[in-house]
Design a protein around this ligand. Structure first.
Ligand SMILES: *Cc1c(COP(=O)(O)O)cnc(C)c1O
Length: 353
């Protein structure tokens, strides 16, 4: 019997496909900002927090599992291991449970307690290491110890996704814009953790021959912005304080040629933008969505000053409910970032212009 005919493999792929069939697409939220709309500039956020596992990583986890299954890398009793800043591990724990496979998340000690609780809720085990820089080696060691499979999102994210379509995030986003006054966005703004989302969007834009450009807003301490400038893959950095985006080393899934522009966003600006957006929406958003919003406002301000009209689209990557003890705690923010009031006032002035 060929390996492709394994009844377990058939069953596993069918379980994931059935789960996909049951799922609904995520909403594209039109952000009402009169100070920009008056000038013909419209902002949108695709709400990726509404996936069953609460973030855009639900898409990645599904793709990584299908990729690993169809490569013959997973078997009936495989332990699945991932190195993660949290969100990917939450989503992968969900899919591992769907397939009845044990799951181990290797994460930095600093990962939010809410995310650890969610991974454990889905039956996953958390292996905490001292710093984000150590998670890959620890994941490889755990895979060797258990005879399991290291998913390696930072290597495979860009290639596991069907970038031309199959309702990926890019195809979905562009089709949801179809009836807007500016149906083809001028800019797509997306932060990079693995770089997978920016790669899918960049390829799709070229494939569809859209004039849309991709801006990646990068947090302090991330290597991606300096790497984008120089192309030097050996660069390292101290690491990001914005959970989910920014990396201390250049990741293979971050495809530099697909990104038109990068902006370095100060952490206090990300926090301020997260708060301002949460107020505007009437619901809390996560910190990487704050970084995205800061990037959107920077572009909107530039367009307004230049008399340019168009749409700017970004992602609501995850909900702020995951960060009640951290980024949405006043005391925690004071301890980790200091006072962000001046940044918040500056952003507020931008949108109330
Ligand atoms: C992973 C992640 C991102 C970045 O997406 P990538 O496709 O990995 O670059 C942004 N925000 C959050 C909350 C994430 O978990």
């Amino acid at each position: 019997m060929p390996a492709s005919a394994s009844p377990w493999l058939h069953h596993a792929v069918a379980r994931i496909e059935a789960d996909y069939q049951r799922s609904a697409d995520t909403h594209l939220i039109a952000l009402p900002l009169p100070g920009f709309a008056r000038h013909g500039i419209d902002l949108y956020l695709k709400d990726e927090s509404t996936h069953p596992t609460g973030s855009l990583k639900h898409r990645l986890a599904r793709s990584l599992f299908l990729y690993a299954l169809c490569n013959g890398w997973l078997h009936e009793h495989s332990t699945v291991i991932e190195a993660s800043s949290g969100s990917t591990a939450v989503s992968e724990a969900y899919f591992a449970r769907l397939l009845g496979l044990p799951f181990v998340a290797v994460m930095a000690k600093s990962t939010s307690s809410e995310k650890i609780a969610q991974i454990e809720f889905y039956g996953g085990r958390c292996l905490l290491v001292d710093s984000a820089a150590g998670i890959h080696d620890a994941a490889r060691a755990e895979a060797a110890r258990t005879g399991g499979h290291f998913m390696d999102q930072f290597l495979y994210a860009e290639r596991a996704t069907d970038w031309r379509g199959n309702n990926n995030i890019a195809e979905s986003l562009f089709s949801q814009m179809a009836r807007e006054r500016h149906p083809i966005p001028r800019w797509v703004v997306v932060g990079a953790g693995t770089g997978g989302t920016s790669a899918t969007l960049g390829r799709y834009i070229r494939y569809r021959r859209h004039f849309t450009q991709v801006l990646v807003p990068d947090p302090e301490g991330s290597v991606f912005a300096p790497y984008h400038r120089s192309g030097d893959t050996t660069l390292t950095a101290s690491g990001s304080k914005i959970e989910g985006i920014g990396r201390p080393r250049v990741e293979a899934s971050f495809i530099r040629s697909l990104i038109d522009r990068m902006a370095q966003v100060p952490d206090k600006t990300s926090v301020a933008a997260m708060r301002l957006l949460s107020q505007r929406l009437g619901r809390r958003v996560g910190p990487s969505t704050g970084t995205n919003f800061a990037g959107m406002l920077m572009l909107a301000e530039e367009m307004r000053a230049a008399g340019e009209q168009g749409a700017i689209v970004s992602l609501l990557c995850d909900s702020g409910e995951r960060y009640l003890q951290s980024y949405h705690s006043k005391r925690w923010i004071e301890e980790h970032f200091g006072d962000c009031a001046a940044e918040e006032a500056a952003l507020r002035a931008t949108i109330e212009h």
